[in-house]
Ligand binder design. Structure first.
Ligand SMILES: Cc1cc2nc3c(=O)[nH]c(=O)nc-3n(C[C@H](O)[C@H](O)[C@H](O)COP(=O)(O)OP(=O)(O)OC[C@H]3O[C@@H](n4cnc5c(N)ncnc54)[C@H](O)[C@@H]3O)c2cc1C
Length: 566
């Protein structure tokens, strides 16, 4: 049995920052990072564009206050303003800390960190390393964790959060390499398992592993999820694969145009144009396509993103990965031709409900990063604010947990949980099982993409809820074909699908009850924001296995509710 003071589930940017901070706060603590993939392959490594901080390197007039206001306005006033203020105040500090740790930021002429414009921001404040920002941050943090002596359990899949009398006892996890179920008693567990936008399966920019595992485990353990209906569609996914083309491409001056060669954003965001916030730009693209001004192809309808006028030098220096991805996945070199794009499911604004220290309602359980909903993004996240969130709240939660761990008693987990999961895995291979996980997964992704995407209405969402419930019933008959112990990807795929199905239901059910349009949640049957009835968070809990929805007030601050225009 592996006893720890603090177990961090997830080795992305949030988990690694927290691990580093735990040991920087108290070297004597025993801390482990448990991760289903190798930490430096986490989705953080796919982040291209950058992280926001009001450093005022590029625009001397930028301030923390402007950053906070942009964040609250971008969230369509659903962000908790105290949390948004922490995010923006801490941003310059964490960015300098990363710089001091050796992150190879792109530079301005004077040597300071370069900053580019990003959507919904009033100043160019997005700090970047070419178009590989997440990758470089993750490598930097991983090095630090190795240096400090964090214990890593790589290729372990969390099965459950164990708790007694409302207090955390640790977790159980499947060792993917051996097939053994292992117990990790721990005084504190920090969830840092990333997002759930892969539930949209074929229409998503996310890594295959972004399946909402942490959120589903927390929900099963009685911890509420929040604002799950808010799923961000990024405006520019590659037409065929949904792979992301960073907002940095528009930040560097890229244009969007339709089949009439028109820069259509002039119709929707005359001031900000292509650099409007993501919800608005995605809706505008989708509307162009729906109204017949998109391009047609076997791979679906799309609009074009033109970078050709930026020239080969800028593209190869600042957007090299975008060029590589366009060539590999669309056969198009953006130096010579515009890139075919359409919006793609990208980011989970919802997640495990926590406060601005990362604490959840259960003693000893924290949540950070994309799996959490501390509520800095509200109904729509601004580009560059998520890398920032994982750093700021990873650091805060790591520090808080390190201080708190000393006061907690030694936890214990009974061995019987191992038998429970052994029996469950055996039952999946039983004779009465026949459903194929890949078919259920495909249908789940399709119903979400068809019915709970950019434009939503009651009829479609009801259909999605019914579809998902049927799929959950069918999942009870899902067949584990591979009964091998070593690296059983068939089993992992099934466990991920189990988690995604419960998350898919929260997305659809939350969207169905919210009778207004706000941020990423746009309803054609309720087209305006309704502050009187819906300026509140949606809260999701399981009660006797059934999903229950409740509400929680939004924390206001100095920014009053206003109409959002760009
Ligand atoms: C293509 C792309 C580009 C992006 N670009 C930007 C950008 O430019 N700027 C920005 O601010 N944001 C960007 N984002 C968003 C941002 O990158 C993510 O929100 C952020 O990196 C999430 O970090 P995280 O540490 O919370 O989770 P992740 O980096 O996703 O890490 C999750 C970790 O949890 C582990 N895990 C998951 N499930 C389990 C399980 N069952 N058991 C054990 N471990 C598990 C995984 O192994 C992984 O280590 C982008 C996102 C995508 C998809």
């Amino acid at each position: 049995m592996n006893h720890f003071d603090i177990v961090i589930v997830g080795g992305g940017g949030a988990g690694l920052y927290a691990a580093m901070e735990v040991l920087n706060t108290n070297k004597s603590l025993k801390v482990a990072v448990i991760s289903k993939i190798y930490p430096n392959r986490s989705h953080t490594s796919a982040a291209q564009g950058g992280a926001n901080a009001a450093l005022a390197n590029k625009d001397k007039t930028d301030t923390v206050d402007k950053h906070t206001f942009d964040t609250v306005k971008g969230s369509d006033y659903l962000a908790d303003q105290d949390a948004a203020a922490v995010l923006c105040e801490e941003a310059p500090r964490v960015m300098r800390e990363l710089e001091n740790l050796g992150t190879p930021f792109s530079r301005m002429e004077d040597g300071s960190i370069a900053q580019r414009p990003f959507g919904g921001a009033s100043s160019p404040r997005c700090c970047y390393c070419a178009d590989k920002t997440g990758h470089t941050i993750l490598q930097t943090l991983y090095e630090q964790c190795l240096r400090l002596g964090v214990t890593f359990y790589n290729e372990y899949f969390i099965l459950s959060l164990e708790h007694k009398d409302g207090k955390c006892q640790g977790i159980t996890a499947l060792n993917i390499k051996t097939g053994k179920i292992e117990i990790f008693p721990s005084k504190i567990v920090i969830f840092a398992t990333g997002g759930y936008a892969k539930a949209y399966w074929n229409r998503s920019s996310n890594a295959a592993g972004n399946t909402g595992d942490g959120q589903a485990v927390a929900l099963r353990a009685g911890i509420p999820l929040k604002d799950m209906e808010f799923v961000q569609f990024h405006p520019t996914g590659l037409r065929k694969s949904g792979i992301l083309v960073t907002e940095g491409a528009r930040g560097e001056g890229g244009y969007l145009f339709n089949n009439e060669s028109e820069r259509f954003m002039s119709r929707y965001a005359p001031e900000k144009m292509e650099l409007g916030p993501r919800d608005l730009v995605s809706r505008s693209i989708e509307r162009e396509i729906l109204e017949g001004r998109g391009f047609d192809s076997d791979a679906g309808k799309y609009v074009k993103l033109d970078l050709t006028h930026l020239g080969p030098e800028l593209i190869t220096k600042r957007l090299p990965q975008i060029r590589e991805l366009s060539i590999s996945f669309e056969g198009i070199d953006p130096i010579e031709e515009p890139i075919p794009i359409r919006p793609t499911a990208h980011y989970s604004m919802g997640g495990i409900d926590c406060d601005k220290t990362g604490r959840t309602i259960m003693q000893g359980v924290y949540a950070i990063g994309e799996c959490a909903c501390v509520s800095v993004h509200g109904a729509n996240r601004l580009g560059g604010n998520s890398l920032l969130e994982i750093l700021v709240f990873g650091k805060i939660a790591g520090h808080e947990a390190a201080k708190e761990a000393q006061g907690f008693s030694t936890p214990s987990i009974p061995d019987t949980v191992i038998d429970k999961y052994t029996r469950y895995f055996r039952s999946l291979a039983g004779e009465s099982q026949y459903e194929r996980y890949a078919v259920i997964r495909e249908e789940m992704g399709q119903t979400l993409a068809d019915n709970v995407a950019i434009f939503r209405n009651a009829k479609d969402m009801k259909k999605a809820i019914e579809d998902i419930k049927t799929l959950r019933d069918r999942f009870k008959r899902v067949k584990l074909h591979d009964t091998g112990k070593v690296f059983n990807t068939n089993l992992i795929n099934i466990l991920e699908l189990r988690n995604m199905l419960s998350i898919a239901l929260t997305i659809a059910a939350g969207a169905y009850v919210r009778k207004e349009s706000r941020g990423s949640h746009f309803r054609t049957d309720y087209t305006t924001r309704d502050d009187e009835n819906w300026h509140k968070h949606t809260m999701f809990k399981l009660s006797k296995g059934e999903l229950k929805i409740d509400y929680k007030p939004v924390t206001m601050g100095k920014y009053p509710l206003e109409e959002r225009t760009y």
